[in-house]
Design a protein around this ligand. Sequence first.
Ligand code: 6GU
Length: 277
Amino acid sequence: MRLDVVTIFPEYLEPLNVSLVGKARARGQLNVHVHELRTWAYDRHNTVDDTPYGGGPGMVMKTEPWGEALDSVLADGYETGSRAPALIVPTPSGRPFTQELAVELSGRPWLIFAPARYEGIDRRVTDEYAARMPVYEVSIGDYVLAGGEAAVLVVTEAVARLLPGVLGNAESHRDDSFAPGAMAGLLEGPVYTKPPLWRGRDIPDVLLSGHHGKIARWRRDEALKRTAANRPDLIERCDPKGLDKKDREMLSILGWAPDPDGEPYGRFWRRPEGMEQ
Ligand code: 6GU
């Protein structure tokens, strides 16, 4: 996979040299190019922003540097035979970046990132490139960052670990929280390793029992507890067809019940206080 990032802070992308993404680059599984946007600003001050039409606070990133930068990256790809680019525009106004979108992006051969600083990029830039290639405006959560560079790091890491051969063990994504499958839509529970006793704290007996069925059941119960506590929205969204009798018992203990009037039928909702199980 080829990645290009156009930014006014190339140093911000240094972490792409480290850890999983850095190793994937070293092995040739990822081909990363970071470009300084100001290369394509031709006035004396290398200006990349200007005041917004219509007034208001902050600055807007200008069309011309972005247009020239993206044309140049695309032309280089044409010369090097890179195929089917997609443009990723990190913005707090984008669609939520999810594991599902990470999987979709990991199947593309070439991603070009256009992280904005200031109040964003002049809309005509995304409109222009959307006429030639898929454009994904993505947000990494409900908070505001000073710029999209941190989001580029987040998206890159989530995508890179899905590329064939990047994680040592192909099994490692199978149980990821948010991955489709057995633990569909549940967070992963706690994990333990040696020593068996640390500062007076031991390991849940079941994990030392060697009983695979009981261990799987315990993990599932812990996943349900953690999900109910940290992400009740995921319990409400989960498909009740994926829940077995023991799952339902655990949810009942945690204060959740199937909603007989709900749409679709049987989705779990939190039992109101004082309502008996
Ligand atoms: Cl992608 N960019 C900025 N500036 N803020 C964000 C974001 C992105 N995602 C959440 N907040």
